[in-house]
Design a protein around this ligand. Structure first.
Ligand SMILES: [Zn+2]
Length: 201
């Protein structure tokens, strides 16, 4: 359980066992409860990120930001882990400076690794685009299959993948591509009814 190290009202330093503030006399019990609740929220959010339950984790993290007793460095660590899990590089980079030293080197490595995966995906996308323009659809589809394994958060990648999978009549993959676009809330309007036009698989 988390122990308050300072009075939330007057910031006087507290001893570990203080039931009330020696300076302003405030009862510390409710504040300790809030701290304990925050701590369990933080644990829950970490678990949900590990399990891939990113929407639930995001809901908890957004609630944590409203609790004043949450350490901003701990919160930044959580937000960055969520951003990494969502492959949101912009948000992740923006949070690096707000981390605790203990988190920084570990999470910095993770950000660099994700940057490398994004760069590789970008390269495969370009190769697939070149292949598609030459009419080499099977080759392009193969590039895109590998591409989205490295980086899956950019709708443009899924759009090219879907076009190539359609050209190759890989209909099972087309369904999966549409699900990925829906998951990103990024299905182009032209493809809203695409399932109705696909042969049954
Ligand atoms: Zn006090």
């Amino acid at each position: 359980m988390l122990v308050l190290d300072a009075c939330p009202l007057c910031r006087t330093t507290l001893s570990e066992s203080a039931k009330s503030c020696p300076s302003c006399g405030a009862d510390m019990a409710p504040w300790s409860d809030i701290a304990a609740i925050s701590e369990s929220y933080i644990g829950n959010a970490r678990e949900l990120i590990t399990e891939g339950e990113l929407e639930k984790a995001e809901a908890i993290i957004s609630r944590l930001t409203q609790l004043s007793e949450v350490d901003p460095q701990v919160l930044a660590g959580l937000q960055l882990r969520l951003a990494l899990a969502c492959q949101d590089l912009g948000t992740a980079r923006g949070l690096l400076d707000a981390l605790s030293p203990a988190d920084r080197s570990f999470l910095m490595e993770q950000v660099v690794e994700l940057e490398q995966r994004e760069a590789l995906a970008r390269e495969l996308y370009n190769q697939a685009l070149t292949a598609a323009r030459r009419g080499e659809y099977v080759r392009g589809a193969r590039h895109m299959e590998i591409c989205v394994r490295h980086f899956s958060a950019d709708p443009a990648l899924w759009e090219l993948k879907l076009k190539l999978d359609l050209k190759c009549a890989y209909y099972l993959r087309v369904y999966a591509d549409l699900r990925a676009l829906d998951h990103l809330n990024a299905r182009p309007a032209a493809w809203l009814q695409l399932e109705n036009m696909l042969p049954p698989v």
